[in-house]
Design a protein around this ligand. Structure first.
Ligand code: COA
Length: 170
């Protein structure tokens, strides 16, 4: 029987440590120096009581070609190191996207390292052409992380033009 995804009432450093075993910099983003936005809605998988996977969502706004669009940001996608390669990321990301489809937002958006893009491509996400500036405490900056989007409404296509996230990245 495949494990089921649950909505988590709480997701803090404690829950992240439960998944990673307390790994330092589990997303390998410390070197970027980027501050990130906490997620608001959390999905997880428990195996024998232990939290082993997570994906989070938070609503954010992007300025694209001068227009503001509301998108659901996906982040904090992580699977326990000993359980990777068994489809758990697919499960939690799919649950998060299904939830996002019910929010009225037109697109999902995430940032990831290029070597993790194949995972998301398999789940229907597409690379955004070009980069996207993101907000940081001292103002907007570029990021080496690549933006990817997914339509939450059938037929929606990410609009052309320079894009800027008007918040910290997810
Ligand atoms: C990236 C991560 C979440 C993947 O979790 P996972 O449970 O191993 O992924 P899944 O087993 O659900 O993979 C789903 C599919 O994506 C593929 N995939 C997963 N990670 C991949 C990677 N790094 N590169 C290429 N393909 C990958 C799998 O082969 C699988 O393909 P299939 O369905 O055709 O067999 C996990 O390695 C992790 O927690 N890494 C550290 C944190 C991190 O980098 N999070 C992502 C931040 S953007």
């Amino acid at each position: 029987m495949s494990p089921s995804v649950i909505r988590l009432a709480r997701y803090t450093q404690t829950e992240l440590d439960e998944i990673t075993g307390g790994a330092v910099d589990p997303f390998e983003v410390a070197a970027t120096g980027l501050k990130s936005l906490a997620k608001e809605v959390h999905f997880g998988v428990r195996e024998q009581g232990r939290l082993v996977a997570h994906a989070g969502l938070v609503e954010v706004t992007v300025s694209v070609g001068g227009e503001l669009i509301r998108v659901m940001g996906l982040g904090g996608v992580i699977v326990a190191p000993d359980l990777r390669g068994h489809g758990l990321a697919r499960l939690v990301v799919t649950a998060a996207v299904e939830h996002a489809r019910g929010t009225g937002a037109e697109f999902g958006l995430l940032f990831c390292w290029p070597d993790r893009m194949p995972l998301y491509r398999k789940l229907g996400w597409r690379a955004l052409d070009g980069s996207m500036q993101v907000e940081q405490p001292d103002g907007p900056v570029g990021t080496p992380l690549r933006p990817m989007w997914i339509p939450l409404v059938e037929g929606s296509v990410w609009p052309p033009g320079p894009a800027r996230l008007l918040s910290l990245p997810m």
